[in-house]
Each structure stands twice: as structure tokens, then as C-alpha cells.
Design a binder for this molecule. Sequence first.
Ligand SMILES: C=C(O[C@@H]1C=C(C(=O)O)C=C[C@H]1O)C(=O)O
Length: 297
Amino acid sequence: MHSSPAQVHDQAAEADLSSALSLANIRQTLIRLEDTIIFSLIERAQFARNEPVYQPDAIPVPGFRPDGCRYSLLEYLLREMEQVHGKIRRYTSPDEYAFFPEDLPPLVLPPITYEQVLAPCSTAVNINGLIMDMYLQHLLPEIAAPGDDHNYGSCAMNDVTTLQALSKRIHYGMFVAEAKFRKQAGEYTELIRRQDGGAILDLLTDRAVELKVIERVRLKAATFGQDLSASNGDGSAGGSYKVRPEVVAQLYEQWVMPLTKEVEVQYLLRRLDDEGGSSGGSGGGHLQQQQQHAAAP
Ligand SMILES: C=C(O[C@@H]1C=C(C(=O)O)C=C[C@H]1O)C(=O)O
């Protein structure tokens, strides 16, 4: 019995969807995003910390925050970049999340209709504020040496590239969460109805995969970041790296992967909202859930 064109279309669309939500394919995308993140960390590490780039009012850029201070150079550049990228519909893509979504401009290109892979609740998940805080307070101090070499523009450009790569990787956690939900819909539905963020986190955590990620990023950082000018002449790095591989591995373990799981939990807590589920999305992930529990009398 030959399939009708409509059936062929449905089968093709279904095949595309199942391919898009194959955990193996999603993990391949995360692996590719590692390269971008590691290379951008190496690029940023060539400059000093350059604190003025991150301080409001320190550099006279246009634009003011609600408190009346000028934007920092980093915030100014990131806002400007999101204006340009927003016009050419970067943030209509389901795998791109703006740091200032409330300020995105009208499109100058016609919108693209994407296959609806994620549940509609995905538009309610954006942890770029946490990513920015992590970057400024924990990641940058680990990869940029203290001091001021006045390469402010270069630093800000590298910071924006790194922040956008981190945001994409971390928010890709929603594709992971959707794939996991579809594999174990019954288990996740039960936990979502209880809004049990901690139990959801436990169910979605795969420590074996995490250990592979940590080792792979350590190896990539050692390979991509070898300072060959300090080599022993036989091609070995002589132990000199632009960014210490251990630092990159630790950044993934302490920050990148936990934030990815935060996105997974926040997405799953809301996953049934639009299907009439009783979850009622709590607005936070397992981190906020724990804080709420901690604050509860
Ligand atoms: C992304 C996944 O979910 C979790 C997060 C991981 C990560 O951020 O690399 C790895 C394994 C899981 O604990 C996954 O299962 O691949």
C-alpha cells in the first residue's frame, strides 16, 4: 500500500521531529557547542581582567540603567548586538535566548516558521541573568588575569561571544528535557504534578554523561589551548596553556552543567502548563524550589 503524499509528509515530519528529539543527536549539538565555548574562553584569556568594562559609569557609553548609571561597556555592547541580531530574527529561533528580550526590535526579515519541537512553555524559560552573574563573578576571574591592559573593546567583544555561546548551550537544556520527558512521560508527569523540582533534577541527572563531558572539555582545552610558543620543540606543550584545562573542566562541572540542569528543571516544571496540567509552573527551578522550601516556616 503506497503512502499518500500527506502521509509521506507526516512520516517525514515525524521522522524529522524524532531525529530532532533524539537524545544522541541533541548531545552531539552540545558537543559541538563545547568547541565554540572553549575557543571563546581562550580568546578572552589573552586579555587582562579590565574591570572598567564591567562597571556602570566607568566608560562613557550611551544609555542609562534604571538607577541612572550609564550602562557598563559590556552591557552597552551586548544590548547593541542584540538589537542588530534581533532585527534579522536571531531570537525567533527556538535555540536562541536574548539577555534583554524585553527590548528586542521589530524584525526586518520575515519570520521563519519553525517545527514546534518544544512545548510552548519554553518561551517562559530564560536564565540569562544567572548566566551573566556566573560569568562575571566566577568564570571571568578564573580565565582573565588581574590587571588592566586597556583592551576594553576587544574584551567586551570576546565577552559577548562567550556569553552568547554559554547561553545557547545552557538553554539547549530544554531540548534535552523534552527528549527525556517523551522517553519517561509517566514518571515526569507524576513529579511535575507534584512540582517536585528536586526529584525532577534527580531523574534527569546522568552522572556518567557528565563525567564524559568533563573529561572531553578538559582534553579539548588542553588541545586547543596549547601554547606552542612554549613547546619543547617536539610538539608537546611543555605544560603551557592559554587557559588551564583543569579550569575549563571545573567551570563546566561547577557552572555550565548545573545551569543546564536548572533550565531542564524549569522547563519540565512548566511542561504540562499549556496542556491543562495542574502543575501551575512555579516560576523557578530546583534552586529556587530549595530556597522556597528553606524559607518556608
Ligand atoms: C544535558 C543532559 O542533562 C544533564 C546535563 C548534562 C550537561 O549539562 O552536560 C549532562 C548530563 C545530565 O546530567 C544530558 O543528559 O545529556
